[in-house]
Design a protein around this ligand. Structure first.
Ligand SMILES: [Zn+2]
Ligand SMILES: [Zn+2]
Length: 161
């Protein structure tokens, strides 16, 4: 079945079509994001080291969506700037913590004790425009929802890639 709805995806523009100023963003910018109700705000200092669309069943449930999209940065590059007191934590599996806003439920971060120096934050809560992060990939594709078809050319991995 062809992926017609996705062929208009602007993210698939060749990199050369993106102005140089935007190409420079990932290593220079501070990205800002917030939850749906606005109680929680955060900042991320650029260099997004890894990025993924995770299709595992837990991310699908946590996001209520076909997949969860994350950018990964060193822990000291991510900070909550407002609403820290309303951020709640759910341990979705041993050693894994998902943080979210207690008021609106927006998923905000994912951390694992296996990777204590990094935090993955949810790209869907960003307000600062983010060009396609280098290394973006689909992971846990083996757990993908059957009603969703991956329609882009990003790398795919059955596991955590
Ligand atoms: Zn909220
Ligand atoms: Zn996942």
């Amino acid at each position: 079945m062809p992926c017609l709805p996705c062929t208009r995806d602007v993210q698939q523009r060749p990199l050369r079509d993106i102005p140089m100023s935007q190409q420079d963003l990932p290593s220079k910018a501070t990205y800002r994001g917030s939850c749906l109700c606005g109680a929680v705000h955060y900042e991320v200092d650029g260099d997004i080291l890894f990025a993924s669309h995770c299709h595992c069943s837990m991310c699908r449930k946590a996001h209520g969506a076909a997949f969860g999209s994350y950018g990964g940065v060193p822990s000291d590059k991510f900070r909550f700037t407002r609403g820290n007191d309303v951020v709640r934590t759910f341990a979705s599996s041993p050693g894994v913590e998902r943080r979210f806003c207690q008021h609106c439920g927006s998923p905000l971060t994912w951390t694992s004790h296996q990777h204590p120096d990094y935090v993955a934050f949810t790209l869907g809560t960003l307000e600062t425009p983010l060009p396609m992060p280098a290394g973006m990939r689909h992971i846990h594709v083996a757990s993908k929802a059957p009603w969703y078809e991956i329609c882009d050319s990003l790398p795919r991995a059955d596991g955590d890639g």
